[in-house]
Design a protein around this ligand. Structure first.
Ligand SMILES: Nc1ncnc2c1ncn2[C@@H]1O[C@H](COP(=O)(O)OP(=O)(O)OP(=O)(O)O)[C@@H](O)[C@H]1O
Ligand SMILES: Nc1ncnc2c1ncn2[C@@H]1O[C@H](COP(=O)(O)OP(=O)(O)OP(=O)(O)O)[C@@H](O)[C@H]1O
Lengths: 220, 220
């Protein structure tokens, strides 16, 4: 069980507070608006909700912020200056690890300079993730393993349906390794020679990028 | 190679366009502001950038939107009404799959009613991901795969050190799939049953969110 400070209870901050709370951690949730704090009290009985100005060093010291494991300053684009000053304040007070939210690259650099250990740009990150999910509905994920290998998660291509792995002989014939199987109707499993692939099963396949790219997985 | 329409080129839209483009897909990127379109032209030479009003059915029909694989309406909170009308317009024109961005639950429900197949709430999703990354220092990255699955990149938890994958039987026992291994001393590799996890290795693990959350990866 760990202890976190979350400053700024907009949608991002509130979601983080609720998730940390549901994972069983202690949360000190701070927002300068009294009405925001009041509204949340009933929904988050285990969270320590405080109406305070995070740029007020005395107020933050009074809350013992330096004794927490980490803090997240999630003040958004409506109060950029407050977000920068709050980050600097928590850094001054010795909070060991600070994550801060930025609206763009210049803002991110400023936050790092005043003490953020990590900066997030939520819109940019979701844009990247959404692109990958949209781009491959059958290709569920693509993980770059570095060097020239990669891993693909995909639905079984129709050419491989109802065939066993030893019959397909993918590693011998195509340089591919089926690393895991997620059958349509059941828990994931490790593949064996006598495993038969069924329509709708999901397979995790690894290999060299050019071998993956030229296989039935990517060129259906 | 697939073809996508992205409406609304704020930070989220732009990030999605750039990622889709880098993955080699065709992108039609639409924004009603001429200056936004002009500014992007040099950076995204392969993207079809068009200044147009996405609520204008005639303009959208003229761009053949229904011939694309999917569309994302990423207009933000400054133009909620336009986002709803653009979603409805693209649905009317027969775009097969539409993802739209919402500011909250009521907005999300409206978007679904007017034709969005999937609705994203970026701030809320990043808040959940960031909570998990903050809560487990060994958890290096958390990627939402959509539906209720996710992918985690984490250091090998101490309970799994020096054990082989077949011995751990994670997919059978915990519904988790070790998708890739990035050993502390070497290039990434594909996991096999006889792979032994070492302290300091990084593993990429996939599974349902609730299974990941209750595993040793997130609850050390
Ligand atoms: N100095 C401060 N100390 C504490 N909280 C602050 C301070 N300044 C602003 N806040 C709070 O930060 C919260 C989020 O900031 P802001 O309104 O800029 O973001 P938002 O864009 O609404 O957030 P989101 O996109 O996450 O919904 C607000 O509730 C605001 O009251
Ligand atoms: N009817 C419309 N047709 C096309 N584009 C539109 C329309 N209405 C608004 N847009 C564009 O959508 C874009 C994003 O909308 P908005 O300004 O609400 O979001 P944002 O909060 O700035 O986005 P982000 O958070 O992703 O940076 C703007 O560039 C705007 O010009």
């Amino acid at each position: 069980k760990r202890q976190f400070v979350v400053v700024g209870l907009g949608r991002l901050g509130l979601s983080m507070v609720a998730t940390l709370d549901s994972l069983g951690h202690d949360v000190l949730a701070i927002d300068s608006r009294e009405d925001v704090i009041q509204d949340l009290a009933d929904d988050l009985p285990n969270v320590h909700l405080v109406a305070a100005d995070a740029t007020d060093e005395g107020a933050m010291r009074g809350l013992d912020v330096e004794s927490f494991d980490a803090a997240a300053v999630l003040i958004g684009e409506n109060h950029v200056e407050a977000g920068i000053l709050a980050t600097a304040t928590l850094k001054e007070l010795g909070v060991p690890k600070i994550v801060a939210r930025a609206t763009g690259r210049v803002h991110a650099r400023v936050l790092e300079r005043v003490g953020a250990d990590r900066v997030i740009q939520p819109e940019r990150e979701i844009g990247e993730q959404l692109a990958r999910i949209m781009a491959s509905p059958a290709l569920l994920d693509y993980v770059d393993l570095g060097e020239d290998e990669a891993l693909i998660e995909a639905e079984v291509p129709k050419e491989w349906v109802n065939r066993s792995l030893s019959e397909l002989a993918l590693s011998r014939k195509a340089g591919l390794t089926i690393v895991a199987l997620k059958p349509k109707d059941g828990a994931g499993s490790l593949p064996h020679g006598d495993t038969v692939l069924r329509e709708g099963d999901v397979i995790v396949v690894g290999g060299r990028k050019k071998d993956l790219d030229s296989s039935e997985l990517v060129q259906p």
